[in-house]
Each structure stands twice: as C-alpha cells, then as structure tokens.
Design a protein around this ligand. Structure first.
Ligand code: ATP
Ligand code: MG
Length: 353
C-alpha cells in the first residue's frame, strides 16, 4: 500500500509522527509492505511552493492508495486567489470524499461520562453550508449590503442519496440501526429532501431499523442516553457539531478519528482541528490520528481485497484499547504520558501481541 502522509499544522506534526510509528510497526508485524511518502500542504507548502496545495501533490495522492492528512489551521487561509486554499476542503472536493465517518465509543479504563456507548456519525462532506465559494458548485456566503450577510446551503438529492447509502451499508455491519438527524421542521425543503432520500434508501435495507430526530432534540438525547444510537446520518454542519460532542462524550476530542471516503479514494484525518493552544508541547492525544489510520487501513483492506490490512487495522484498534486500559494515555484522558510516548506504548503493545 502506497500511503501519502501530510503532517499538517498545530499538533499535526506530533500526532502524525506518533501515527507513522504505529503504522510502521503494523507494517512490520503484518507484512503490509507499507510505502509511506511524506509530503507537505498548508503553511509549509505556501512558503515553499506559493500555494497550500499544488497540482503535483494532487496527482501524487491520486496515484497512491490512501492519504493521511493532519489537521489544517483554517483561520488564516483567506485568499484563495493567492493559493491559500484549505487543504482539507481541497482534498474532500477534488477526491469527492463525500462520506465523513466519525466513530465515537467509550473505552474500558476511562470513566465514562454517560455510561458506555458505541456509535458512528456519518456526516455528508461535500455540500451544505461548508461547500464552496462558487454557489454553482456548492454553498456560499455573501454580503448583500455592508450590513447584511447571506449564507446559502446547498442540498442535492444525489448527495443525500449517497450519504444515506453509506450509512445503511455501515449499519448492516453493526447494530442495524440508523438515526436520521435533521431540522426539517424549519429547513423544510433542504432537510425535507434529506429525509426523503434517506427513507428511499432505507427501503432497500428492510433489516435496518430507522428513525429520525430533530437536531436540537438529538443533542439532549445523545447526552441523556448515547447508547440508544448506532449509526447516525446527517448533513454537513450538523455532523460537524454533533461529532465533536460525541467524541468528547467518549472521553476526549483527542479520541475522534475520522475517515473521509469516496467511491475511489479515502483520507484519514482526525476529527478535531489543529489545536494551536497545545501545539509543540508533546501533550496532544495522538489516538484520533491513529484511529483515523485504523479506519483507512480497514477501508483499503476491503477495497483492495487484502484481508491482512483489515487484520492490521483491528490489531491497532486493540492495541489502543489495551494502552487505554493500562492508563498509558495523555493528559486529556487523565494520564501523564506525552504524545510520542503514547504512540510508543501502542507500538510496544502491537509488537508484543
Ligand atoms: P477547527 O476549526 O479546525 O475545527 P477548533 O477551533 O474546533 O478547530 P480544535 O483544534 O478542534 O479547535 O480544538 C478544540 C479543543 O480541543 C482545543 O482546546 C484543543 O486543545 C482540544 N484538542 C483538540 N485535539 C486534541 C487532541 N488531539 N488532544 C488533546 N486535546 C485536543
Ligand atoms: Mg472544530
């Protein structure tokens, strides 16, 4: 497997270094012959190549079997004309990574905030409010007078249908329950279309139990009883917000892994941002990035019919569970280990089992 690795901004270089260590150990242990190609995007690329992402990089990623992207600081990528494109958005769009799969579960060894649970948020990743500056190809914001801003949200049947399909297919491999999260009582047309398409797909999966819930009520339900949920499917912005909540309920944002998947390509990227407040201190939790790598290896194993990758993915997942059980964790999870040491603990665990 050829894997492009981009460390990203903020805590990215630290969490990605820990993740690469784990990937190399997994490659050795399961004979994966993983070829890692180190590339740059974001600020470093802007400095060296005059753009946060380059066409050459896109080609390299397309010729590889997967991408691991670190977190990108979005706040100062403001002028797309000057090459300041947000790389996360760029790859999601160029590789058509329409499904953002964000698992959240509790772990033995951590005191659960709200009892144990295991769910997955399936977030639409290409449209809604966060799509594109060009309204023809996505959502947009504009000032219509100096004092009036308008934010447009684009919802299409095609994107609703394909995200629904991802959710139902995933549910078939889990507890066979899908919850549709929306705000169709207010956003009658857009979210109305989203529910309609989800329910159409649901008919193809009669074994899957379906229900829907309004996003505000969902916040209360997920805090009251997260164990009620299995697969939760929702539009882009609701999924962004909900998945931060579910990651934190599972113990920490630093446990939030995610896979951005399309029909051809996939990108593993931690669900959180670049966390500049803790960057460079060796205290960030690398598990979100490690667990994103687990999702990517698993995706590749199934796509390329290489079961050893699925085995390796499961083994890394178990190694993370074991080190959490042993309390070898970073401060956000109540431990005392650094980012690099936590990664090392996973490596040790992986090589000794
Ligand atoms: P973005 O706009 O990119 O989503 P954000 O403003 O939502 O970024 P994050 O970078 O996601 O911010 O961080 C939110 C909070 O969670 C910060 O206080 C950060 O320190 C903490 N945090 C994020 N990731 C981790 C991690 N891996 N380990 C520990 N703490 C983290
Ligand atoms: Mg965020």
């Amino acid at each position: 497997m050829k894997l492009v690795v981009i460390p990203g901004d903020g805590i990215g270089p630290e969490t990605m270094a820990a993740t690469v260590g784990v990937l190399q150990a997994a490659s050795q242990r399961f004979d994966l012959n993983l070829q890692i190609e180190h590339e740059i995007a974001g600020h470093e690329s802007l400095r060296q190549h005059g753009a946060t992402v380059t066409p050459t990089l896109l080609e390299k990623v397309k010729n590889a079997d997967g991408l691991m992207l670190g977190p990108m600081a979005t706040y100062d990528f403001k002028d797309e004309a000057k090459g300041e494109i947000n790389p996360s958005k760029f790859f999601r769009k160029e590789l058509d990574l329409f499904a953002n799969i964000r698992p959240a579960r509790t772990y033995e060894g951590l005191t659960p905030r709200l009892g144990t649970f295991d769910l997955v948020v399936v977030r639409e990743n290409t449209e809604g409010f966060y799509a594109d500056r060009n309204i023809a190809s996505g959502g947009s914001e504009m000032l219509i007078t100096p004092d009036v801003a308008v934010s447009l949200r684009r919802i299409t049947r095609e994107c609703c249908e394909r995200i629904a399909r991802s959710a139902f297919e995933l549910a078939m491999t889990r507890q066979r329950k899908v919850t549709i999260v929306h705000k169709a009582n207010v956003l009658k047309i857009g979210d109305g279309m989203f529910i309609e398409e989800c329910l159409k797909v649901a008919r193809e999966f009669p074994q899957v139990e379906v229900n829907d819930i309004i996003v505000d009520a969902m916040m209360a339900h997920v805090v009251r009883a997260p164990q009620r949920f299995d697969v939760v499917v929702t539009t882009n912005m609701f999924g962004d917000i909900l998945s931060d909540l579910t990651a934190e309920l599972s113990g920490s944002l630093g446990l939030g892994g995610s896979l951005n998947a399309g029909s051809q390509y996939a990108m593993g990227q931690a669900a959180h941002g670049s966390a500049p407040d803790i960057a460079g201190k060796n205290i960030a939790n690398p598990f979100s990035q490690v667990l994103s790598a687990v999702q990517l290896l698993d995706w590749y194993g199934r796509k390329a019919k290489r079961p050893e990758f699925e085995t390796a993915a499961a083994a890394i997942g178990h190694a993370v569970e074991a080190v959490i059980r042993q309390g070898q964790v970073t401060v956000d999870l109540g431990g005392a280990l650094g980012t690099a040491e936590t990664g090392q603990a996973v490596v040790q665990q992986l090589l000794q089992t």
